[in-house]
Design a binder for this molecule. Structure first.
Ligand code: ZN
Length: 271
């Protein structure tokens, strides 16, 4: 190999970051053209939806295990499909992005593919992606549109050359999902004891969990709460003392009362 060849290979690797850009349909009508790079126009992955989407790691998947043990049925793995697309109504770069879609969109695309070429870069048809609703009620309607040559769109040819074949995406997605799994779980709205148990399980499965995230084992947490309650009750049973700090002549007792004092007063008046 020569320097020129190495340089070319180096740049090819370094520029393989395009797949990190994801496309998501805006409300209403969108127009895209599917871009095929490599052998696959789409890849199928199974994904868990935690705070954000996370690829299933396959046999022995720790996320599958968490879903089962903690009854997080909404995060049960489901089929997702990924294709490269160019958004024909936007000039945003990178021009080529990854679009992740579910089974209903995939089925609609399959119906179109049955009758029309939507893949050939120069002559394949564009598709309309019409988005209705939002959140869990989001629905998509997929319609064929006019043929379009993606290489006539400024910037697309250059990006296409350095784009990684789509088949490489699946492995990359799993690696990325593993790397961000702890953050993903920390961002979820979980009860502290459940979160703690999940973190312990992840630690047990070889994930790096820093000790300050693991506040206590569930049993310790329960005992900590009991201890706090005891201290609270002891404090509440002590006779109220006149404040010695922050009082100046003319100031009433209330102006120096802290939240703890108020709670103490409420507690004693309730007895
Ligand atoms: Zn899984």
């Amino acid at each position: 190999m020569s320097f020129e060849k190495w340089k070319e290979e180096f740049l090819k690797q370094v520029q393989r970051v395009n797949w990190m850009a994801f496309w998501s349909p805006k409300p209403g009508k969108n127009l895209v053209k599917i871009v095929v790079k490599g052998n696959l126009p789409a890849v199928n992955l199974q994904e868990h939806f935690l705070k954000w989407s996370c690829a299933c790691f396959g046999p022995g998947c720790v996320v599958c295990d968490i879903v089962r043990r903690f009854g997080l049925s909404e995060a049960t793995k489901r089929d997702m499909y990924y294709s490269y697309v160019v958004d024909l109504l936007s000039n945003e770069t990178p021009r080529i992005k990854l679009w992740g879609y579910g089974i209903t969109v995939a089925q609609q695309l399959a119906t179109i593919v049955d009758q029309l070429d939507i893949f050939t870069p120069e002559t394949g048809a564009a598709i309309q992606v019409v988005r209705h609703g939002s959140g869990r009620n989001t629905r998509y309607q997929i319609l064929p549109d006019k043929p379009i040559n993606i290489f006539e769109i400024p910037g697309v040819q250059e990006e296409y050359e350095s784009l990684a074949p789509l088949e490489e995406f699946a492995e990359q997605r799993i690696q990325d999902s593993k790397a961000s799994l702890v953050d993903n779980i920390l961002q979820m709205d979980l009860a502290p004891d459940i979160l703690n148990s999940i973190l312990l399980l992840l630690k047990d499965r070889g994930f790096e969990i820093s000790d300050d995230l693991l506040v206590a084992t569930p049993q310790e947490a329960v005992e900590q709460v009991k201890l706090q309650q005891q201290e609270f009750e002891q404090a509440a049973s002590q006779p109220e003392q006149a404040p010695t700090v922050g009082t100046t002549p003319g100031q009433t007792f209330q102006t120096t009362t802290t939240v703890a004092d108020l709670i103490k007063k409420l507690k004693t008046s309730g007895q």
